[in-house]
Design a protein around this ligand. Structure first.
Ligand code: NAP
Length: 244
């Protein structure tokens, strides 16, 4: 029987690359997305072309009921969830003096509360299985901060604390929980940056290039695999050496 991976925000960018990597390795894929239905369906077709089953589940990670429905969809169709990747994320950048509490909380709601919701919704299922892997998408910005990203940095630093706490709680049930902290990866999220900002970022990256979504997907697959069976509660940077 194929293993099953549930991936939030898998319609584009890093989430899409993770879906295709796990499909390549023989996982059935549950693709969550919020608004990009056409793109999500394209990912579904690409996964199925790799010889596995894949299905879509629209849902907003900031809504707990949507995350319960996401896990139920996976269980109803496949009977198990081996891997949950909490990848969905947004930015709403603004300097602190201009940032109002709505802009702050919008990012916390999706990035941090959304990750909490999906973990909470999957935990009982994985505890019953006495097995499972959870991978949360943090960011180097959660480790070092960034001007104009107080909301995003706080959400990603929160994900790191959440990852470590849940890893401690769930280790006795053989559930591993880790985070990946990407640096600057070429996706829609970084495409909106102007050339000057991109140039400055490149100067801070020892490997002197933006990362690819595939680089993060490869790390997610490693963390999900038995190659990482003794790894839990860790934050693994995929950042070209940006933070060391
Ligand atoms: P992206 O290209 O903007 O894609 C974001 C994905 O998240 C989309 O699939 C989007 O779905 C989904 N999403 C957004 N809000 C959602 C919500 N409320 N509920 C469910 N899904 C939602 O972003 P990316 O660059 O691939 O980033 C993926 C993750 O990596 C994020 O957590 C991001 O913070 C993190 N990260 C990225 C970088 C980078 O340089 N790109 C660096 C560090 C960390 P729809 O398309 O349907 O809206």
């Amino acid at each position: 029987m194929n293993k099953v991976a549930v991936i939030t925000g898998a319609s584009r960018g890093i989430g899409k690359a993770i879906a295709l990597k796990f499909a390549t390795e023989g996982y059935n894929i549950v693709i969550n997305y919020r608004g990009s239905e056409e793109k999500a369906n394209q990912v579904r077709l690409e996964c199925m072309a790799l010889g596995v089953d894949a299905l879509l589940c629209q849902g907003d990670v900031s809504c707990y009921e949507d995350m319960e429905r996401l896990m139920k969809t996976a269980i109803d169709n496949y009977g198990q969830i081996d891997v949950l990747v909490n990848n969905s994320g947004i930015t709403k950048d603004q300097l602190l003096l201009k940032m109002n509490s709505d802009t702050f909380m919008d990012v916390i709601d999706v990035n941090l509360k959304g990750t909490f919701h999906a973990i909470k919704a999957v935990t009982r299922i994985m505890m019953k299985q006495r097995a499972g892997v959870i991978i949360n998408m943090a960011s180097v910005i959660g480790e070092i901060g960034n001007a104009g990203q107080a909301n995003y940095a706080a959400s990603k630093a929160g994900i790191i604390g959440l990852t470590k706490s849940v890893a401690k709680e769930l280790a006795p049930r053989h559930i591993r929980v880790n985070a990946i902290a990407p640096g600057f990866i070429a996706t829609d999220m970084t495409d909106i940056l102007d050339d000057k900002t991109k140039e400055n970022i490149l100067q801070a990256i020892p490997l002197n290039t933006l990362g690819e979504a595939q680089d993060v997907a490869n790390m997610a697959y490693f963390l999900a695999s038995d190659q990482a069976k003794y790894v839990t509660g860790q934050v693994i940077n995929v950042d070209g050496g940006m933070v060391m």
